[in-house]
Design a protein around this ligand. Sequence first.
Ligand code: ZN
Length: 68
Amino acid sequence: MNLSSLNYEDLDRGQLEKLALREVCACQYYDLADCLDATSDQELIDIITHNYDCEMCGRKSRRQGRTS
Ligand SMILES: [Zn+2]
């Protein structure tokens, strides 16, 4: 599946949760699983598209491409 071709707004909540759990950084997997219900659709999309920084392992957002 090519994630970049998906329109995330068209996915239902269950699909978003499933994709987010697959794409989330491994060190945040259990945190996400614990608080899925409290995570907004937009936050799930950010996780799926790797549009976030992981503070635990320093993984950077792909989309923003920060240099510092
Ligand atoms: Zn991480």
